[in-house]
Design a protein around this ligand. Structure first.
Ligand SMILES: *Cc1c(COP(=O)(O)O)cnc(C)c1O
Length: 453
């Protein structure tokens, strides 16, 4: 689709709609002269050049990429009206769109859910943990040591005890250690991560469910990053994922997914879903200045945040109409990234210059340069050097690093001497489908950089 054309259409459709309300005089206090704008805009675009090329396949670093053009046009078109999805009074159309996309997300996980969009995965998880605390006020929250760092932080915000649980191989929560902790009776909620931020590791949601009944705990699934990979659960071909953990999400108590990570959206779009609509009671509040035009449920009545961009719901709605969260829609985008990751892992495995840290669980590739001597301090320095030199090269490649503890690294690669408490390794998130056609190139650059000792 032609972005320029549709951005012009966005402005035009807004002008047509606005004209229906009759003419009025814009206030001179807001007037901006075009020449003056051009000057400042020039300075602005100049400053924006100080960025990494997240859009380009040569950017294989962090979890960053631009939104789909459909999301951009959806966002801008709605933003020209600027509805606030806090209340139906703030924007009935986008509130309805939000309900519809929430239903699509619920269907994705097999949830019959109460839910809403949030500004981020952090806030979405905070909401799930808030409800968890209301239900189990005297018990703590367990999450794996490789869960997102905000879980520990939100436990502090909520005034509940956070219990990090160690991980076993591949970075999944150690369920034996979890069960030991649950036996103490001090935990009311377990957070499982479906796709850790570092490695994309998938906690065993299916196996953990039996512990829920035995110990009377809630299970919250943080699928902020990995949620849309549900689309590959049980799929044919190399990109397919083992179905059981993903199918088990349907039986958990709450789930969080970030459309601004793998849902092609601009930042400002997370989502939380609860299996039991009754939890809406914890949000009960009255607001003297909102909620007038409808007795129907206002989204602000079931969310912790007040103002939220209706444009976020609009962007997601428009995107999902074109690239729905189905295996044939968004699933194809995710499958391409996953195939790219698997292919790169194969190339790394047959390379002399780099060593695989672990096989990709989703679309995240981790590896480290082979050093002489092969020890943590040398691996750390070499990873840092490859990342830095990669970015600065004439034919740049953008990678990121992940800090691995000495025990995590030597458990995977016992041949590495532990002369330090850990080492950075290289980490690439292949979240753009174009990565599939660039892996050979990326690998060739990686080998060149790693071989240059
Ligand atoms: C990104 C991420 C978060 C935090 O979400 P934000 O949208 O960045 O606030 C939480 N959990 C996991 C697993 C994530 O990958």
């Amino acid at each position: 689709m032609d972005l320029e054309h549709w951005l012009r259409e966005a402005a035009r459709s807004n002008a047509r709609w606005s004209a229906g309300f009759g003419p009025y005089e814009p206030h001179p206090s807001l007037a901006v002269d075009d020449d003056r704008f051009a000057e400042v805009f020039g300075e602005f675009t100049e400053r924006l050049k100080d960025n990494y090329p997240f859009f380009h396949p040569r950017y294989a670093g962090q979890m960053l990429k631009p939104p789909h053009p459909a999301a951009v046009v959806g966002y801008v078109t709605a933003m020209l009206i600027n509805p606030n999805n806090h209340a139906l009074d703030g924007g009935p159309a986008t509130a309805l769109m939000e309900r519809e996309v929430i239903q699509q997300l619920a269907d994705l996980f097999g949830f019959t859910a109460l839910g809403h969009l949030t500004t981020s995965g952090t806030v979405a998880n905070l909401e799930a943990l808030f409800v968890a605390r209301e239900l189990h006020p005297d018990r703590g929250i367990a999450f794996s040591s490789e869960a997102h760092y905000t879980h520990g932080r939100m436990c502090r915000v909520l005034g509940v005890e956070g219990h990090p649980v160690p991980v076993c191989d591949q970075g999944r929560m150690d369920l034996t250690a979890l069960e030991e902790l649950l036996r103490t009776g001090r935990v009311g909620t377990v957070v499982l991560t479906a796709g850790t931020t570092g490695l994309g590791a998938i906690d065993a949601m299916d196996q953990a469910l039996s512990l829920r009944e035995r110990y009377g705990v809630r299970i919250h699934v943080d699928a902020a990053y990995g949620g849309f990979f549900t689309l590959l659960a049980g799929a044919e071909g190399p990109a397919g994922l083992a179905a059981a953990p993903w199918r088990a999400i349907a039986r958990c108590d709450s789930v969080v997914v970030d459309p601004h990570k793998h849902g092609l959206q601009p930042y400002g779009c997370g989502a939380v879903l609860f299996a039991d609509p009754e939890v809406g009671r914890f949000y009960l509040h009255d607001s003297p200045y909102t909620y007038f035009t409808s007795d129907e449920l206002h989204l602000g009545e079931i969310s912790l945040e007040c103002s939220r961009a209706g444009a976020s719901a609009a962007a997601l709605w428009l995107t999902f109409r074109l690239l729905p969260p189905t295996p044939e829609g968004l699933g194809r985008v995710l499958a391409a990234g996953r195939r790219a990751a698997l292919r790169w892992a194969e190339l790394i495995e047959s390379s002399e210059a780099v060593e695989l840290y672990q096989r990709p669980e989703l679309d995240i590739v981790t590896c480290f340069p082979v050093t002489d001597p092969l020890c943590l301090s040398a691996v750390d320095a070499a990873s840092e050097r490859v990342m830095r030199e990669g970015m600065a090269a004439d034919d740049p490649v953008f990678l990121s690093t992940l800090r691995a503890s000495a025990s995590a690294l030597t458990a995977r690669r016992p041949e590495v001497a532990a002369d330090a408490d850990g080492a950075r390794v290289l980490r690439s998130v292949l979240m753009k489908p174009e990565a599939e056609h660039q892996v050979e190139r990326l690998h060739a650059r990686l080998e060149e950089l790693a071989g240059r000792r």
